[in-house]
Design a protein around this ligand. Sequence first.
Ligand SMILES: [Zn+2]
Length: 295
Amino acid sequence: MKRSVLLGILLASGAASIAAQAPAAPKVIDILKLKDNLYVLTSSTPGNAATFSGGNVAVFITDGGVTLVDDKLAGWGQAVLDKVKSVTDKPITRIINTHTHGDHTGNNGFFGASVEIVAQANTKTNMEKMDAFKGEGAKFLPKKTYTDKLTVGSGKDRIDLYYFGPGHTNGDTFVVFPEHRILHTGDMFAWKDAPFCDRNNGGSCVSLPRTLQLAIAGIKNIDTVIPGHSPMMTPKDLQDFQRFTADLLSHATNEMKAGKSVDEAAASFKVDKYPGYKNERVKAAVQAVYDELKK
Ligand SMILES: [Zn+2]
């Protein structure tokens, strides 16, 4: 999630303003065990300012050290480290940033320049525009980048990174742990609601359905999906989300051609046929499609 958007949500929340006057709550992150050497740091659902720590973080314990996929909001680094230490004595040696947003890259600096930071090349470019990575912060930018596919580690410690095209941003990595048949989607699949397409960072709600289709076709042998900001999902959930985004795109495109306003197009998009889906983000996604098609 973009920092400014997040701030807007926080400011809009009455609970947040009360929390701001009270002493800061202890920063505690929940941890979920998926495998003996693979955990998820959750507390990732936006909206609750007290417990929202940033996106889901995968903690993969390998022979050579711990790899994190994403590292949550700035200020949560110690809480991340405490949870990692609760399950392993090994040091954190690698961080994969799925994309540029501060709720996924916020503690690169906390973990330090000696950790190998990996991201898709466009994400590095996007991160270079962030205040956190200017000047002295530049040493916490990804040093290892790739364009389409990258494998790090081998055997049971292997991790595959894939880029399939624009969507949430223009640099989103899908991270696969082949030994465990687990996929971390970052915010390409964040929640059961309309996607957030960050056009300032090359995101595209017009391209997103096709990018997700390429990911589904290109990544096989998955049992569990770690989404960006929700409880664990299945490959079927990812397929349903892809269809949701394709439906949303075609609906918005048709409504725009018919001369309907964004409000009208958002109101006439029905999420009922997608069980468990919300429509809180539908209007913003429709707006993103309109803005993109207008160009
Ligand atoms: Zn994001």
